[in-house]
Design a protein around this ligand. Structure first.
Ligand SMILES: [Zn+2]
Length: 247
């Protein structure tokens, strides 16, 4: 059976660059050419395979999605994404925050598709469907926080990026994705909630900058002090305030 596009269900097979090729070209070669490792989950087994964060590709989407909305999403973050990864000062308005949160989730999804080959997948199908149908994250049951994180290593040799997913199950099922590229890191939270419920706004703890839902005003990035890499790594799925929606 031909593989289906994870977003629209059409025939998959279009090669998608997990990180845009222009991004890998613009980043210092010392970072993008360094190889690392990642876990590969297939057939109930976990293998550790060699991995290049900057140039990985997947074939889980169709040409229409890849060259259509996914390509437009990449274009919407292109004007400022490299500055973010280099920790350069920049102002992000509501439109940029929305684009950045959406792009981060799309990128995390593609990266995880390269590592988890079978179901169950850490990100439920409903979240792919939401991203495809609405072109952004759910205001009701998803949150995103941006962090300014000091990359491990020094200026000559650091690991350019990493990704982690942590499913959690408290009263509600959900997952946390942590994606870092250079000095820019983002924490995405998604919870499965009954229709009458929503999650509250995230607080500004641990130098977190709320990114989604987008803030009404622009903010200046980066914050004054970066978060140590170890603190970022150790960050657990946080306690979320879940409440009944006003009727
Ligand atoms: Zn598609």
């Amino acid at each position: 059976m031909a593989k289906q596009c994870v977003f629209c269900g059409e025939k998959a097979g279009s090669r998608e660059h997990v990180l845009p090729a222009w991004m890998a070209r613009a980043a210092p070669k010392a970072f993008t050419e360094s190889s690392g490792e990642r876990n590969l989950y297939t057939g109930g087994q976990m293998k550790v395979i060699p991995h290049k964060f900057a140039t990985m590709t997947v074939k889980c989407v169709c040409g229409t999605c890849n060259n259509g909305w996914m390509s437009r999403l990449e274009a919407s973050v292109k004007p400022f994404l490299m500055q973010l990864t280099r920790g350069e000062q920049i102002a992000l308005g509501p439109a940029e925050q929305t684009a950045l949160a959406t792009w981060s989730m799309k990128t995390a999804m593609m990266m995880l598709r390269a590592s988890y080959l079978d179901d169950p997948h850490p990100i439920p199908k409903s979240d792919y469907k939401h991203l495809y149908e609405y072109g952004k994250l759910s205001m009701r049951r998803m949150r995103a926080n941006a962090f300014y994180v000091e990359p491990p290593g020094d200026d000559e040799h650091h690991i350019w990026g990493d990704l982690r997913v942590l499913p959690f199950s408290t009263r509600y099922r959900g997952y946390q994705v942590k994606l870092r590229v250079g000095w820019f890191a983002v924490q995405l939270l998604s919870v499965a909630l009954p229709p009458a419920y929503e999650i509250g706004q995230l607080g500004r703890t641990l130098r977190a900058q709320p990114l989604w839902p987008a803030q009404a005003d622009q903010f200046t990035w980066p914050p004054l002090k970066p978060l140590p890499y170890e603190t970022w790594l150790a960050m657990e799925p946080r306690q979320l305030a879940v409440m009944k929606r006003p009727v």
